[in-house]
Design a protein around this ligand. Structure first.
Ligand SMILES: [Zn+2]
Length: 231
């Protein structure tokens, strides 16, 4: 890819523009086929703020389903909105906290399977299909993954990069993977764009990139979608 500005607009969902000059993930992730609407940026992040973030899974193998619209995973001709990025890894691989924050929810009763939601300022990151289940003690809920030696309580503070669980097959899934969802101010964000930006900045920090730093930005737009229809 060249250094030209690369614009990607996701209809309906959170809309982002990532103006960076690194190799497009387009070869890894098929971009949504449905694109419409005007981009009205209301939030711009610019600088090296992604440098400290952690890649969310160990033993990563492949991106198996991109953020955005896709054919329904349950079959049929319907399209559904996939509010996250699927990242395959062997069952039991540890999941790492992307950004320091507070656990605002643990759950194990829906298509997301055993999951954790962590809030870091305006960001909300969700990790689905984990091993283990939720238990309650003295009115407090926690995720317990005995095989992985993980116990995470609602309300707990979690540092960046800490192990928060392991890859499983709970909820609606056909193989072991992490479904990783991101929201900013309640609007969906494509995790692949954030990962791209993280890699870009980490390459810049190592001094082995020719990325035009000034063009690096993430713009997040209002989302028309409030619920996931697919995990
Ligand atoms: Zn998913």
């Amino acid at each position: 890819m060249s250094n030209r500005r690369h614009r990607v607009a996701f209809s309906g969902a959170s809309l982002l523009i990532l103006g960076i000059g690194i190799v497009s993930l387009g070869t890894l992730l098929s971009e949504p086929k449905i694109v419409r609407g005007e981009v009205q940026p209301h939030k711009v992040t610019k600088n090296n703020s992604w440098l400290a973030a952690s890649f969310p899974v160990e033993n990563f193998q492949a991106y198996t389903s991109a953020f955005g619209y896709r054919r329904s995973a349950t079959g049929g001709a319907n399209w559904e909105f996939h509010g996250g990025l699927d990242m395959a890894a062997p069952q039991g691989s540890y999941i790492r906290n992307w950004w320091a924050g507070t656990v605002i929810k643990v759950g194990d009763r829906d298509a997301c399977g055993t999951h954790i939601v962590i809030r870091s300022g305006e960001w909300e990151h969700t990790y689905c299909h984990m091993e283990g289940h939720v238990e309650t003690a003295q009115g407090h809920r926690y995720l317990i993954d005995r095989a992985g030696g993980i116990q995470i309580w609602e309300g707990q503070q979690i540092p960046t990069g800490a192990r928060i669980g392991s890859v499983g097959m709970t909820g609606r899934t056909t193989g072991p993977h992490l479904h990783w969802g991101l929201k900013y101010a309640n609007n969906y964000v494509d995790p692949a764009l954030v990962l791209r930006e993280m890699f870009s900045q980490q390459q810049i920090a190592r001094g082995n990139s020719t990325v035009n730093y000034q063009q690096s930005q993430v713009i997040i737009q209002e989302s028309k979608y409030t619920t996931d229809s697919g995990y």
